[in-house]
Design a protein around this ligand. Structure first.
Ligand SMILES: C[S@@+](CC[C@H](N)C(=O)[O-])C[C@H]1O[C@@H](n2cnc3c(N)ncnc32)[C@H](O)[C@@H]1O
Length: 192
């Protein structure tokens, strides 16, 4: 498949196939990269977002993490395919794991849909359930990431999250407000 003009290997049914809406996350991230930058792409899947940022931002070094073994293997394949292995480092871990801090940017398109709504998402039927659905209201993984970002970003760093096709941008000082918005369940309004 093609993502952000790059030809990537996919594994339908095993690893989420990237959607073109995530190209906005790449554009928002790259708009914030001036010079050398340390970036995390959390929940990288096949590596699309991390690789696209690396190709567009030659001064960026990106740690691409995923909790899923198949995703990590596929991301590593794509990193080699696009020859960015000197600047994209794939790690299997929960969220940020023990990747080097501080980070200038954290970008993420993690699962955020409530598991109870799975029947409403026919377009996602072929995707691995755990890649897109989370128990409860669906936002728990993002809540944990916002908490981790508080202690992992530089003073001028930012967190960029994809949520329902939108990109939420929160500077480090705005993370408490974002956490409150996610707690208030009105995350979609926050993104508007
Ligand atoms: C919605 S898919 C998106 C994949 C990729 N970011 C993209 O846009 O194509 C979410 C990914 O997050 C991973 N994931 C879920 N929970 C995670 C966690 N706690 N830490 C790291 N990765 C996680 C899943 O394995 C899955 O690959």
């Amino acid at each position: 498949m093609t993502f952000s003009g790059l030809s990537l290997e996919t594994a339908p049914g095993r690893v989420m196939t990237p959607r073109s809406t995530s190209e906005r996350l790449v554009a928002e991230a790259c708009a914030r990269v001036g010079g050398p930058a340390r970036i995390a792409d959390v929940g990288t899947g096949c590596g699309a977002i991390a690789i696209a940022i690396a190709v567009r931002c030659p001064n960026a070094r990106i740690w691409a993490t995923d909790i899923d073994e198949s995703a990590v293997a596929l991301a590593q394949t794509n990193v080699r395919r696009l020859q960015v292995q000197n600047r994209v480092f794939v790690r299997r871990c929960d969220l940020l794991g023990s990747i080097p801090r501080p980070l200038d940017l954290i970008v993420a398109n993690l699962p955020y849909l409530a598991a109870g709504t799975a029947a409403e998402h026919a377009d996602l039927r072929g995707e691995p359930h755990a890649a897109v659905f989370v128990a409860g209201d669906g936002l728990e993984v993002y809540r944990r990431l916002v908490n981790a970002a508080r202690t992992s970003l530089t003073a001028t760093g930012a967190l960029l999250l994809q949520l329902h096709g939108r990109v939420i941008v929160a500077e480090r000082r705005e993370l408490t407000a974002l956490r409150d918005a996610l707690d208030g369940v009105d995350a979609v309004r926050y993104a508007a």
